[in-house]
Design a protein around this ligand. Structure first.
Ligand SMILES: C[S@@+](CC[C@H](N)C(=O)[O-])C[C@H]1O[C@@H](n2cnc3c(N)ncnc32)[C@H](O)[C@@H]1O
Length: 210
């Protein structure tokens, strides 16, 4: 493997291309080899680039990267920020850290707090995306601010119920954020006990504020 070539992991932000940093966009545009989700490839790739869509076949993606890395840098686009639940984890397990460069992006979590004008330095962050966080992460404490990633199974209805069942006050303020940064972005302001009265949000952000 040519030691000069790098895997450059670019965070593309919450979705709307207005929220990618210029350095990330330039890196993507200049890429010869480009990896990313189908939506990111449709948005950012151009003719002439050799691309690989990130699917469930992660070994296939790794094989593409390993092979192309012998020729030139490989750019991998991930949603939000690479350091927050992305392909970067798997890349770090597969390749030495010296081969990996990261260009940060705006995380969907960061964006959600920004939309609420709510500082996040005291917040606890937990992910229900394809996993269940530890009990201590989501446990109730007076004054706690809890930001959560969701998925199809662990969504705005089920998580609100879980939090009530583990001792969060039912009247706790809950922000349910969906499709952040897109034209149809929606942020519902409710309480844990009333969350089920709003449409279910699957791949979104929840912020509970005691
Ligand atoms: C695998 S995680 C990726 C997180 C990403 N690295 C980040 O920093 O935002 C996917 C989860 O991020 C959240 N997410 C990503 N984009 C979002 C958006 N535009 N609006 C709301 N939630 C989003 C959802 O909870 C989704 O299930």
């Amino acid at each position: 493997m040519n030691k000069q070539n790098k895997i450059i992991v670019v965070g593309i932000g919450p979705g709307n291309p207005d929220y990618i940093v210029p350095k990330g966009l330039k890196t993507i545009q200049a890429a010869r080899y480009l990896v990313g989700g189908k939506r990111a490839l449709a948005e950012f790739s151009h003719a002439g680039q050799d691309t690989c869509a990130i699917t469930a076949d992660i070994p296939g993606v790794m094989a593409f990267i390993r092979d192309r890395l012998q020729q030139a840098n490989v750019v991998a686009m991930v949603s939000g920020d690479p350091g927050y639940y992305s392909l970067l984890d798997a890349l770090r397990r597969e390749f030495p850290a010296e081969l990996i460069e990261v260009i940060p992006g705006i995380s969907s979590m960061q964006y959600a707090f920004a939309k609420l004008a709510l500082p996040w330095h005291d917040a606890t962050l937990a992910s229900f995306h394809g996993r269940v966080p530890g009990a201590s992460e989501v446990a109730y404490q007076p004054g706690k601010i809890l930001g959560m990633l969701t998925d199809g199974e662990h969504n705005s209805h089920t998580i609100a119920e879980v939090l009530c069942n583990i001792g969060w006050p039912q009247e706790t303020r809950l922000y349910i954020c969906s499709r952040l940064s897109y034209e149809d972005e929606t942020i519902y302001t409710t309480t844990l006990q009333d969350a089920a009265e709003f449409p279910v949000v699957t791949h979104g952000i929840l912020i509970a504020v005691d």
